[in-house]
Design a binder for this molecule. Structure first.
Ligand code: P6P
Length: 341
């Protein structure tokens, strides 16, 4: 191939697309069948559609509440429903999953009988931090992928959804912020892709993301301070004192897990949602919030604890089970778990 042809070919691609990245890694993965790359492409399409609607939310009449309350007991935003239906529609016909689970839906979501069933399970929070929608603050989508447990090619079910995070195949999130990014990991590294809205394609912008071993910020809802246990109060008091490593930490809290943990992944530090008097198992859901982020943060060199054990070692007993979380830089999480034990 002459150098001019090569130059022309490389010049045509303004970067590494998500598809190219997945296919390049798939070629190096023994026994890869292409199913996962197909599933990730479908998730990326859903992300583009959701991101487009989020950007126009104020104009498209999709702000505000539907009047419904979801299985979490939370008031449902119109965009929550749109995001949930978009993710299901983009994935259900593709033949890559046998069942899905969503924060917005009480029970596992079956693949309609007319569509082929695949070997994967997709669990997702279609629009996390939806309380931030109407104030135009960052929100996101979170997903995790497992292999089916039940035998055969037929529909999957709850048993396929209730797997410990250590058995996860992949996890990722999309942040709808000043730019839209899709971040994913299959365990061997964490890769960030930024959407070029003029092309409608995600391009690799953060190759092999690593979280610093220690940060300078803590991210927790201080409004819950008086509901925490004395040990959690003591840990936060210490972080805010001159005795903290390198001096008092700064506090950053956006109120959307995707945004708070994206910052933590990039800058280091710790994000926590401890148990409290009101949320006795914490507020965040294990299967489609805590576990996918634990998978990603550990793949980036960090740590994720419930306060009494590794998040990825928790075996779920219910689809919408909640856990306390302490996630972020390894040294910060280690200190937190030692102080609150
Ligand atoms: P609080 C958003 O509703 C969410 O599920 C997470 O994204 C976020 O981290 C948390 O709840 C915020 O909860 O009680 O601090 O408003």
């Amino acid at each position: 191939m002459t150098s001019s042809t090569l130059d022309v070919r490389m010049a045509a691609l303004p970067g590494t697309t998500l598809e190219r990245h997945i296919l390049d890694r798939q070629r190096r993965a023994p026994g890869a069948t292409g199913n996962f790359s197909g599933l990730l492409q479908q998730i990326a399409l859903a992300a583009k559609i959701i991101g487009s609607r989020v950007r126009k939310a104020g104009l498209a009449g999709v702000l505000g509440l539907t009047g419904d309350v979801n299985v979490q007991g939370e008031r449902v935003q119109k965009l929550d429903v749109f995001a949930n239906n978009t993710m299901v529609s983009c994935v259900e016909a593709g033949g890559h999953v046998c069942v899905m689970g969503s924060e917005e839906v009480a029970d596992p979501i079956p693949v309609p009988p007319e569509y082929p069933k695949g070997k994967y399970v997709l669990l997702f929070d279609p629009l996390d931090g939806s309380g931030n929608i109407d104030i135009n603050a960052s929100i996101g989508s979170i997903f995790s992928v497992y292999r089916r447990l039940t035998p055969g090619q037929g529909p999957g079910g709850l048993r396929d959804c209730l797997q410990p995070g250590r058995d996860m195949v992949a996890a990722g999130y999309v942040i709808y912020g000043s730019s839209n990014m899709l971040v994913y990991s299959t365990g061997g590294g964490v890769y960030g892709f930024t959407l070029d809205p003029s092309i409608g394609e995600f391009f690799l912008s953060h190759d092999n993301m690593r979280i610093p071993t220690r940060g300078r910020t803590y991210s927790v809802n201080e409004g819950n301070y008086h509901k925490w246990s004395p040990s959690v109060q003591g840990w936060v008091d210490w972080l805010k004192s001159p005795e903290a490593p390198g001096g008092a930490y700064s506090h950053r809290y956006i109120g959307a897990m995707v945004a708070d943990l994206h910052r933590t992944l990039l800058r280091g530090g710790i994000f926590a949602y401890p148990a409290d008097e009101k949320n006795r198992s914490g507020k965040l859901r294990l299967l489609y919030e805590a576990a996918p982020f634990a998978f990603i943060i550990e793949a980036a060199g960090g740590a994720a604890s419930t306060g009494s054990g590794r998040v990825l070692d928790v075996t779920p007993e219910a689809l919408h089970q909640r856990v306390p979380v302490f996630v972020g830089s390894a040294e910060d999480v280690d200190e937190a778990t030692r102080m609150i034990a």
